[in-house]
Write a protein that binds this ligand. Structure first.
Ligand code: CP
Length: 301
Protein backbone atom coordinates (compact mmCIF):
# COMPACT_ATOMS: atom_id res chain seq x y z
CA UNK A 1 0.00 0.00 0.00
CA UNK A 2 1.51 3.41 -0.89
CA UNK A 3 2.20 5.83 1.95
CA UNK A 4 -0.75 8.14 2.61
CA UNK A 5 -1.44 11.02 4.99
CA UNK A 6 -4.69 10.23 6.80
CA UNK A 7 -3.88 11.08 10.40
CA UNK A 8 -1.08 13.25 11.73
CA UNK A 9 0.17 10.02 13.40
CA UNK A 10 1.07 8.73 9.92
CA UNK A 11 4.12 11.01 9.98
CA UNK A 12 6.92 10.65 12.52
CA UNK A 13 8.34 13.71 14.23
CA UNK A 14 11.27 13.61 11.78
CA UNK A 15 8.90 13.46 8.80
CA UNK A 16 6.92 16.40 10.18
CA UNK A 17 10.08 18.47 10.57
CA UNK A 18 11.20 17.44 7.08
CA UNK A 19 7.89 18.62 5.57
CA UNK A 20 8.27 21.97 7.34
CA UNK A 21 11.82 22.37 5.97
CA UNK A 22 10.71 21.54 2.42
CA UNK A 23 7.75 23.93 2.72
CA UNK A 24 10.19 26.69 3.64
CA UNK A 25 12.13 25.96 0.44
CA UNK A 26 8.88 26.24 -1.52
CA UNK A 27 8.00 29.51 0.17
CA UNK A 28 11.37 30.89 -0.96
CA UNK A 29 10.91 29.53 -4.50
CA UNK A 30 7.19 29.24 -5.20
CA UNK A 31 7.21 27.53 -8.58
CA UNK A 32 9.19 24.32 -8.99
CA UNK A 33 7.76 22.13 -11.78
CA UNK A 34 9.19 18.84 -10.55
CA UNK A 35 5.92 16.90 -11.08
CA UNK A 36 5.30 17.66 -14.77
CA UNK A 37 4.25 14.08 -15.57
CA UNK A 38 1.89 13.72 -12.59
CA UNK A 39 -1.87 14.11 -12.18
CA UNK A 40 -3.49 15.03 -8.86
CA UNK A 41 -7.18 14.36 -8.07
CA UNK A 42 -9.05 16.60 -5.65
CA UNK A 43 -12.26 14.86 -4.56
CA UNK A 44 -14.31 17.13 -2.31
CA UNK A 45 -17.51 15.58 -0.97
CA UNK A 46 -17.82 18.57 1.41
CA UNK A 47 -17.44 22.33 0.80
CA UNK A 48 -14.01 23.93 0.97
CA UNK A 49 -12.31 27.12 -0.13
CA UNK A 50 -8.75 27.09 1.24
CA UNK A 51 -7.95 23.40 1.33
CA UNK A 52 -9.09 22.59 -2.20
CA UNK A 53 -7.75 25.74 -3.83
CA UNK A 54 -4.41 25.60 -2.03
CA UNK A 55 -3.94 21.91 -2.92
CA UNK A 56 -4.81 22.69 -6.54
CA UNK A 57 -2.48 25.70 -6.59
CA UNK A 58 0.23 23.59 -4.96
CA UNK A 59 -0.15 20.93 -7.67
CA UNK A 60 -0.03 23.58 -10.41
CA UNK A 61 3.07 25.21 -8.93
CA UNK A 62 4.72 21.77 -8.96
CA UNK A 63 3.90 21.39 -12.66
CA UNK A 64 1.26 18.66 -12.13
CA UNK A 65 -2.19 18.62 -13.68
CA UNK A 66 -5.37 18.51 -11.61
CA UNK A 67 -8.71 16.74 -12.03
CA UNK A 68 -11.56 16.38 -9.56
CA UNK A 69 -14.82 17.75 -8.25
CA UNK A 70 -15.96 20.19 -5.61
CA UNK A 71 -19.53 18.91 -5.50
CA UNK A 72 -20.16 15.16 -5.45
CA UNK A 73 -23.75 15.90 -6.50
CA UNK A 74 -22.44 16.30 -10.05
CA UNK A 75 -20.81 12.85 -10.04
CA UNK A 76 -22.06 9.27 -10.17
CA UNK A 77 -22.15 9.30 -6.37
CA UNK A 78 -25.61 10.83 -6.92
CA UNK A 79 -26.55 7.61 -8.80
CA UNK A 80 -25.49 5.48 -5.84
CA UNK A 81 -21.85 4.71 -6.71
CA UNK A 82 -19.96 3.68 -3.57
CA UNK A 83 -16.90 5.43 -2.17
CA UNK A 84 -14.93 2.25 -2.79
CA UNK A 85 -15.77 2.17 -6.49
CA UNK A 86 -15.16 5.90 -6.87
CA UNK A 87 -11.72 5.65 -5.30
CA UNK A 88 -10.74 2.53 -7.25
CA UNK A 89 -11.74 4.27 -10.49
CA UNK A 90 -9.91 7.51 -9.75
CA UNK A 91 -6.83 5.54 -8.61
CA UNK A 92 -6.52 4.31 -12.20
CA UNK A 93 -6.46 7.85 -13.56
CA UNK A 94 -4.13 9.75 -11.25
CA UNK A 95 -0.93 9.59 -9.19
CA UNK A 96 -2.31 10.92 -5.88
CA UNK A 97 -5.76 11.65 -4.40
CA UNK A 98 -6.72 14.50 -2.09
CA UNK A 99 -10.10 13.79 -0.50
CA UNK A 100 -12.49 15.58 1.87
CA UNK A 101 -15.49 13.62 3.10
CA UNK A 102 -18.05 14.15 5.89
CA UNK A 103 -17.71 10.63 7.33
CA UNK A 104 -15.10 9.96 10.01
CA UNK A 105 -12.88 7.10 8.89
CA UNK A 106 -13.70 7.56 5.19
CA UNK A 107 -10.18 8.76 4.36
CA UNK A 108 -8.54 5.73 6.00
CA UNK A 109 -10.95 3.48 4.11
CA UNK A 110 -10.13 5.27 0.85
CA UNK A 111 -6.40 4.77 1.45
CA UNK A 112 -7.01 1.05 1.92
CA UNK A 113 -8.75 0.64 -1.44
CA UNK A 114 -6.64 3.12 -3.43
CA UNK A 115 -3.57 2.08 -5.39
CA UNK A 116 -2.08 5.59 -5.07
CA UNK A 117 -1.37 7.79 -2.00
CA UNK A 118 -4.38 9.47 -0.39
CA UNK A 119 -4.24 12.77 1.49
CA UNK A 120 -7.02 13.33 3.99
CA UNK A 121 -8.32 16.86 3.48
CA UNK A 122 -10.72 16.44 6.40
CA UNK A 123 -12.95 13.50 7.41
CA UNK A 124 -15.87 14.64 9.53
CA UNK A 125 -14.85 15.76 13.02
CA UNK A 126 -11.88 13.39 12.97
CA UNK A 127 -8.64 14.66 11.37
CA UNK A 128 -7.31 17.36 9.03
CA UNK A 129 -3.58 16.59 8.95
CA UNK A 130 -2.50 18.94 6.15
CA UNK A 131 -4.08 21.79 8.14
CA UNK A 132 -2.05 20.62 11.13
CA UNK A 133 1.20 20.72 9.19
CA UNK A 134 0.48 24.24 8.01
CA UNK A 135 -0.42 25.21 11.57
CA UNK A 136 2.92 23.83 12.79
CA UNK A 137 4.73 25.67 10.00
CA UNK A 138 3.01 28.88 11.03
CA UNK A 139 3.73 28.40 14.72
CA UNK A 140 7.41 27.86 13.92
CA UNK A 141 7.43 30.86 11.58
CA UNK A 142 5.94 33.17 14.20
CA UNK A 143 7.62 31.88 17.36
CA UNK A 144 10.97 30.75 15.94
CA UNK A 145 10.49 27.31 17.51
CA UNK A 146 7.95 24.55 18.13
CA UNK A 147 9.10 23.53 21.61
CA UNK A 148 7.54 24.79 24.85
CA UNK A 149 4.72 26.81 23.29
CA UNK A 150 1.72 27.96 25.34
CA UNK A 151 -1.29 27.37 23.14
CA UNK A 152 -4.86 28.35 23.90
CA UNK A 153 -7.48 26.58 21.76
CA UNK A 154 -10.80 28.42 21.69
CA UNK A 155 -14.30 27.61 20.50
CA UNK A 156 -15.63 24.34 19.16
CA UNK A 157 -13.17 21.85 20.62
CA UNK A 158 -15.69 19.03 20.36
CA UNK A 159 -16.29 18.95 16.62
CA UNK A 160 -13.25 20.92 15.38
CA UNK A 161 -11.03 18.41 13.61
CA UNK A 162 -8.18 20.91 13.28
CA UNK A 163 -7.72 21.16 17.04
CA UNK A 164 -7.75 17.39 17.42
CA UNK A 165 -4.98 16.92 14.85
CA UNK A 166 -2.96 19.89 16.13
CA UNK A 167 -3.10 18.71 19.73
CA UNK A 168 -1.67 15.35 18.70
CA UNK A 169 1.08 16.87 16.55
CA UNK A 170 2.12 19.36 19.24
CA UNK A 171 2.59 16.47 21.66
CA UNK A 172 6.05 16.01 20.10
CA UNK A 173 7.10 19.46 21.30
CA UNK A 174 6.28 19.80 25.04
CA UNK A 175 3.43 22.32 24.77
CA UNK A 176 1.16 23.66 27.52
CA UNK A 177 -2.53 23.83 26.57
CA UNK A 178 -5.47 25.93 27.64
CA UNK A 179 -8.84 24.77 26.31
CA UNK A 180 -11.44 27.53 26.18
CA UNK A 181 -14.89 26.20 25.30
CA UNK A 182 -18.47 26.23 26.56
CA UNK A 183 -19.48 23.05 28.38
CA UNK A 184 -21.34 21.80 25.27
CA UNK A 185 -18.20 22.01 23.10
CA UNK A 186 -15.43 20.86 25.44
CA UNK A 187 -12.37 18.96 24.24
CA UNK A 188 -13.42 15.27 24.12
CA UNK A 189 -12.08 13.09 26.94
CA UNK A 190 -10.09 10.82 24.58
CA UNK A 191 -7.85 13.76 23.60
CA UNK A 192 -7.38 14.82 27.22
CA UNK A 193 -6.49 11.23 28.10
CA UNK A 194 -3.96 11.27 25.26
CA UNK A 195 -2.29 14.37 26.76
CA UNK A 196 -2.28 12.83 30.23
CA UNK A 197 -0.60 9.70 28.86
CA UNK A 198 2.14 11.93 27.41
CA UNK A 199 2.53 14.01 30.60
CA UNK A 200 1.41 17.18 28.78
CA UNK A 201 -0.36 19.74 31.00
CA UNK A 202 -3.70 21.34 30.11
CA UNK A 203 -6.26 23.52 31.83
CA UNK A 204 -9.86 24.16 30.87
CA UNK A 205 -11.96 27.32 31.11
CA UNK A 206 -15.19 28.68 29.73
CA UNK A 207 -13.96 32.32 29.85
CA UNK A 208 -12.19 33.72 26.79
CA UNK A 209 -10.61 36.57 28.78
CA UNK A 210 -8.97 34.17 31.25
CA UNK A 211 -6.35 32.72 28.90
CA UNK A 212 -5.64 35.68 26.60
CA UNK A 213 -2.60 37.19 28.32
CA UNK A 214 -0.51 34.09 28.99
CA UNK A 215 -0.41 32.43 25.60
CA UNK A 216 1.92 32.39 22.58
CA UNK A 217 -0.66 31.05 20.15
CA UNK A 218 -4.37 31.83 20.37
CA UNK A 219 -5.99 29.21 18.14
CA UNK A 220 -9.56 30.36 17.42
CA UNK A 221 -12.12 28.06 15.82
CA UNK A 222 -15.58 28.33 14.31
CA UNK A 223 -18.56 26.52 15.83
CA UNK A 224 -19.06 23.69 13.31
CA UNK A 225 -22.73 24.11 12.44
CA UNK A 226 -22.61 21.24 9.94
CA UNK A 227 -21.80 18.69 12.69
CA UNK A 228 -24.87 19.48 14.85
CA UNK A 229 -27.89 17.20 14.52
CA UNK A 230 -30.10 19.59 16.55
CA UNK A 231 -30.16 23.17 15.21
CA UNK A 232 -31.39 24.45 18.61
CA UNK A 233 -28.20 23.14 20.21
CA UNK A 234 -26.20 25.07 17.60
CA UNK A 235 -28.22 28.25 18.23
CA UNK A 236 -27.34 28.03 21.94
CA UNK A 237 -23.58 28.08 21.37
CA UNK A 238 -23.05 29.72 17.97
CA UNK A 239 -22.00 33.08 19.44
CA UNK A 240 -20.14 31.71 22.44
CA UNK A 241 -17.01 33.82 21.82
CA UNK A 242 -16.23 36.95 19.90
CA UNK A 243 -12.69 38.29 20.02
CA UNK A 244 -12.39 42.06 19.59
CA UNK A 245 -9.21 44.13 19.33
CA UNK A 246 -9.60 45.86 22.71
CA UNK A 247 -9.39 42.47 24.45
CA UNK A 248 -5.78 42.09 23.28
CA UNK A 249 -4.27 44.98 25.28
CA UNK A 250 -2.49 42.66 27.74
CA UNK A 251 -1.44 39.97 25.26
CA UNK A 252 2.19 38.89 25.00
CA UNK A 253 4.18 40.79 22.35
CA UNK A 254 4.83 37.57 20.44
CA UNK A 255 1.26 36.29 20.67
CA UNK A 256 -0.25 35.38 17.30
CA UNK A 257 -3.86 34.56 16.53
CA UNK A 258 -4.39 31.60 14.23
CA UNK A 259 -7.68 30.33 12.81
CA UNK A 260 -8.11 27.58 10.21
CA UNK A 261 -10.86 29.73 8.63
CA UNK A 262 -13.55 30.27 7.53
CA UNK A 263 -14.49 32.54 10.44
CA UNK A 264 -18.04 33.55 11.18
CA UNK A 265 -18.14 36.03 14.06
CA UNK A 266 -15.60 34.61 16.54
CA UNK A 267 -12.95 37.15 15.41
CA UNK A 268 -14.10 40.72 14.84
CA UNK A 269 -12.71 42.44 11.74
CA UNK A 270 -10.97 45.06 13.91
CA UNK A 271 -8.61 42.29 15.09
CA UNK A 272 -7.33 41.97 11.49
CA UNK A 273 -5.48 45.28 11.88
CA UNK A 274 -3.61 44.26 15.05
CA UNK A 275 -0.06 42.88 15.12
CA UNK A 276 -1.46 39.66 16.58
CA UNK A 277 -3.57 38.67 13.56
CA UNK A 278 -1.84 36.00 11.47
CA UNK A 279 -4.66 33.88 10.02
CA UNK A 280 -4.44 35.10 6.43
CA UNK A 281 -0.71 34.43 6.29
CA UNK A 282 -1.45 31.05 7.90
CA UNK A 283 -3.80 30.25 5.00
CA UNK A 284 -1.13 31.30 2.48
CA UNK A 285 1.34 28.97 4.20
CA UNK A 286 -1.03 26.13 3.39
CA UNK A 287 0.04 26.32 -0.23
CA UNK A 288 3.75 25.78 0.55
CA UNK A 289 3.07 23.02 3.04
CA UNK A 290 0.74 21.23 0.61
CA UNK A 291 3.41 21.47 -2.11
CA UNK A 292 5.76 19.74 0.34
CA UNK A 293 3.23 17.03 1.25
CA UNK A 294 2.42 16.17 -2.39
CA UNK A 295 6.09 16.12 -3.38
CA UNK A 296 7.03 13.98 -0.37
CA UNK A 297 4.29 11.37 -0.89
CA UNK A 298 5.21 11.10 -4.58
CA UNK A 299 8.83 10.42 -3.68
CA UNK A 300 10.29 13.82 -4.51
CA UNK A 301 11.96 16.08 -1.94
N1 CP B 1 -9.27 25.47 6.90
C1 CP B 1 -10.06 24.84 6.01
O1 CP B 1 -10.13 23.61 5.98
O2 CP B 1 -10.75 25.68 5.19
P1 CP B 1 -11.73 25.21 4.02
O3 CP B 1 -12.90 24.52 4.68
O4 CP B 1 -12.12 26.46 3.29
O5 CP B 1 -10.97 24.25 3.16
Amino acid sequence: MPKSLISIHDFTKDEILHILDVAKEFEANKTQPILRDKVVATLFFEPSTRTRLSFETAANRLGARVIGFSDAGNTSVSKGETLKDTIKMVSNYVDIIVMRHPLEGSARYASEVASVPVINAGDGANQHPSQTLLDLYTIKQTQGRLDNIDINMVGDLKYGRTVHSLLQAMSHFSPKFTFTAPDELKMPQEYKDFLTSKGIPYQETTELTEGLNNTDILYMTRVQQERFTDIMEYEKVKNCYSLIASMLAGARENMKILHPLPRVNEISQDVDETKHAYYFKQAENGMYVRMAIIAYLLGYK
